[in-house]
Design a protein around this ligand. Structure first.
Ligand code: HEC
Length: 109
């Protein structure tokens, strides 16, 4: 029983842990994205989503979905084509670590 409880606790813990990216590595890797999503994830134009302050797991999942085709967008499909799984994790960690409009209250209703 104790073993089962420990396993449960570990599962809960690992589920809440981030995607495991490295934000400082991600900063360099996100250079190609700044033209549309901004240097710090505040988009340069309304048609581009704000990424700064978004949840790391959300960002990683979005990038993975473009890469495997389950989310279709011509621009983003091209952008992720050359990214490795680790690149996507690092970039997700970088944008998640930025303040951005999603967390500074700007977008509150
Ligand atoms: C030419 C402009 C452009 C560039 C460059 C670009 N993006 Fe995007 N990005 C977009 C647009 C437009 C969307 C919305 C696409 C859609 O509707 O799915 C998007 C969507 C996304 C999303 C999903 C956001 C959400 O809220 O679901 C992520 C994550 C993302 N981009 C990351 C990146 C990364 C990382 C790079 C660099 C490797 C990058 N983008 C480069 C225009 C761009």
């Amino acid at each position: 029983m104790k073993k089962i409880l420990t396993l449960c606790a570990l599962t809960v813990l690992s589920a809440s842990v981030s995607a495991g990216g490295n934000a400082s590595a991600g900063k360099d890797k996100a250079a190609a994205c700044a033209g549309c999503h901004g240097v710090d994830g505040v988009a340069t134009a309304p048609m581009n989503p704000n990424l700064g302050g978004q949840h790391e797991n959300y960002l990683y999942h979005a990038l993975k979905s473009y890469k495997n085709g389950s989310r279709q967008n011509a621009i983003m499909q091209g952008m992720v084509a050359a990214l490795s799984d680790q690149d996507m994790k690092d970039i997700a960690a970088f944008y998640a670590s930025q303040k951005g409009k999603l967390t500074d209250g700007t977008l509150k209703p």
